[in-house]
Design a protein around this ligand. Sequence first.
Ligand SMILES: [Zn+2]
Length: 280
Amino acid sequence: MIIDVHTHVWETPCHIGESFLADARQTAGEAYKDISVDLEKHWEAMQAVDKAVVLGFRARHVGVLVPNEYVAEYVGKHAEKLIGFCSVDPQDPDAVEQLDHCVQDLGLRGLKMGPIYQNVAPTDSRFRRILHRAEELRIPTLIHQGTTFCTNVSLEIANPIQLQPLALEFPRLKMVIAHLGHPWVNETLVLIRKNRNVFADISALYYRPWQFYNALVSAMEYGVLDRLLLGSDYPFTTPASTIDALRAVNRMVEGTHLPHIPEAKIEALIARDTLDLLGL
Ligand SMILES: [Zn+2]
C-alpha cells in the first residue's frame, strides 16, 4: 500500500494570513509561488496513493488558523482513503480540551504540531502537556521540527534534537519528524535511530536534489532507511512527483563512484506500511 503521510488543505487567504503568503512568495523556488489548495485538485492528486493523511495547521504566531472542522469535513467525504490529523496551538490555554474534542467528537486520528510556527519550544510545558495527552489518546503526532520560509520565527527552537526529551518522556507516543528535520537531517537520523518511537517523512525535499540524495545516503549509512515515511507536503509537491523523484534519485550520480541507493530500498520506502507503524 502507498501512503502519503503529509498533505495540507486550507483556504487562502481565509485560513492563512497575508504575511505567511508573502513570505512563501518571496522564497526562492517554484514550490512556494502559489500555495492555494483546491479540494478537488487535492483529491485528484491523492489518486496516486492508496491512503493519505490530511493535516490540520494551527499557529497563531504566523497567522495560520485552519479550522479542525474544515479538515474533518473534507476527510469525512472520502473516509475510505483520507485520514485527518488535527492541530492545536500550544499558546491556547484550552489546547488539551481542543485536542480531546478533535479526536473524540470530530473523529480526527492524529495530531500535527509545529513549534517553529507556534513559537513554543518542544520542551515548554505548554507543548509537553499536549503530547502527553496525545500519548494517552494513542494518536500519532507529526511534528514540523526543522526550518521554514517564515521570517518572524526562531530557529533556536526548531532543531530536531529538541525532541529527544519528549521521545524519552513519551515512549508510547509515535512521532514523525516532517521533512527529515531539514536542514538538520543528520540530527534527525541519529534521533530516529536511537528512539524506536520516532520516524521521519521525506516530504518537500526533492526540489533540493543534492540535499535529498545526501539525506537518503546518510539514512542508508545509519541503517534507518526503513524508518522513513513517504510524504508529499501537498500543495508544495504532489505524491506522484515525489515518487518519481525517489525513483530518479540515483540518476544524478550515474557514471560516478558515489553511493547508489538500491532500487529495492526505494520501492520499500514508497510502499512503507505507515498506518501500521503509526498504529492508525
Ligand atoms: Zn507541511
